[in-house]
Design a protein around this ligand. Structure first.
Ligand code: XLS
Ligand code: NI
Ligand code: NI
Length: 437
């Protein structure tokens, strides 16, 4: 097959002084940071759906993307060709992983059996390309939101027939993920939510969602799939309210249904913004619960209220993200997955390279800056010192469970004077971060 990206060679690390737009300035896969290579820390993944299926269409206009290798049809032949192109791209970029939805790699058939056969045919080509290049599957997932049958949701549909179909589709997607050596599987509740409570039995729908996930856990064990399960929080879009609205809601749901041991979270930057949180907040909530699994690296536009899925280039964002990731011990099964799309106006194939190179460099810088802040130690020391009153005396008594309202009243009465506080020093700390950026 002839090259889809002629003239583009494997993207190399050329260092910060390079002016070559097709080179890494900061992502040096072999460079050691905190005892691990950058490749091992960041575990970059390319998403199949935006990068190879994104057309650039929006509610106001038609497709804009120039993809000369793609004939625009839903044929198996075209789907197979696309796989070769995808692997040429990922290999030239030097990303070690990729991710897919079942229906963006292979066409939906006239019925489930035909869809399954299509998926098997494509999985065969994916396997060949994985073996040829050494590129691995970070996670797979089922698209349970595009087809009209999922208009009312999939696992939370009011229609039990649709629920059954969604389970069958997920079973197959799990098998294919397993067959391709996937290191994880993500559940994003595409349309699992509601548009209006007037027609919705919320409790019943959530119980169905739990039943769906319970069966997935069961089946995972049955087929011996050892990859990590993730839930990806998102508050809205396409529905008015999605049940997996943010990290806290997901954790509560998983705990309520006894599913927490089987899942971690896949946190997406733009979803955090839509939930009215920062990425750092979402990562800290997940991390504190031991559930920080993976990230969908993108960014939203602060002035737009929807999931714009832009490539991340903001160094503060990547620094804060990597500070949290390092704090909770780094990625195990997860990685930095670019769930991001080039703008509609960036329609040439080469823009795909610029976008990913920029995202990878931004994360490499974030990683290096976060490691430098940790090595410096002043930030950590400040936080530790801020809570010093809990390390001894009355604080230690409370933390060890040896205090009561009565004993604390006695203590406070004896102390008499109002307790003395120290400054929170936010501005001082913001300046400290800027020393490293
Ligand atoms: C959509 C989600 C989706 C998941 C995978 O907003 O980010 O792309 O990552 O289903
Ligand atoms: Ni995502
Ligand atoms: Ni998203």
């Amino acid at each position: 097959m002839k090259s889809a990206f002629p003239g583009i060679k494997r993207i190399a690390y050329e260092g910060p002084a390079s002016k070559n737009p097709l080179a890494f300035k900061h992502y040096n896969p072999e460079e050691i940071v905190e005892g691990r290579t950058m490749r091992e820390h960041l575990r970059f993944a390319v998403v199949y759906w935006h990068t190879f299926r994104g057309t650039g269409s929006d509610p106001f206009g038609a497709a804009t993307m120039q993809r000369p290798w793609d004939d625009g049809t839903e044929s198996l032949k075209n789907a197979k060709k696309r796989v070769r192109v995808a692997f040429e791209f990922i290999e030239k970029l030097g990303a070690p992983y990729y991710c897919w939805h079942d229906r963006d790699i292979s066409p939906e058939g006239r019925n489930l059996a035909e869809s399954n056969r299509n998926l098997d045919a494509i999985a065969k080509v994916l396997k060949e390309e994985q073996q040829r290049t050494g590129i691995k599957l970070l996670w797979g997932t089922a698209n349970l939101f595009s087809h009209p049958r999922y208009a009312h949701g999939a696992a939370t549909s009011c229609n039990a027939e649709v629920f059954a179909h969604a389970c069958a589709q997920t079973k197959k997607a799990l098998e294919v993920t397993h067959k391709l050596g996937g290191e994880g599987y993500t559940f994003w509740g595409g349309r699992e939510g509601y548009q209006t409570l007037l027609n919705t039995d919320m409790k019943r729908e959530q119980e169905h969602l739990a039943a769906f996930l319970r069966m997935a856990v069961e089946y995972k064990k049955k087929i011996g799939f050892r990859g990590q399960f993730y839930i990806e929080p998102k508050p809205k879009e396409p529905t008015k309210h999605q049940y997996d609205s943010d990290s806290a809601a997901c954790l509560n749901f998983l705990r309520e249904h006894g599913l927490l041991p089987h899942f971690k979270l896949n946190i997406e930057t733009n979803h955090a913004t839509l939930a009215g949180h920062t990425m750092q907040h979402e990562l800290e909530v997940a991390g504190a619960a031991g559930a920080l699994g993976s990230i969908d690296a993108n960014t939203g536009d602060e002035l737009l209220g929807w999931d714009t899925d832009q490539f991340p280039t903001n160094i503060y964002l990547t620094t804060y993200t990597m500070l949290s990731v390092l704090k909770y011990g780094g990625f195990k099964s997860g990685g930095v997955n670019f769930d991001a799309k080039v703008r509609r106006e960036s329609f040439e194939p080469i823009d795909l390279f610029y976008a990913h190179i920029g995202g990878m460099d931004a994360f490499a810088r974030g990683l290096k800056i976060a490691a430098a802040i940790r090595k410096d130690g002043r930030l950590d020391a400040f936080v530790k010192d801020r809570y010093a009153s809990w390390d001894k005396g009355i604080g230690a008594k409370v933390e060890s469970g040896k205090a009561s309202f009565k004993s604390l009243e006695e203590y406070a009465l004896k102390k008499g004077n109002p307790p003395k506080n120290h400054s929170g020093r936010q501005e001082f700390l913001e300046n400290l971060i800027n020393e490293f950026i």
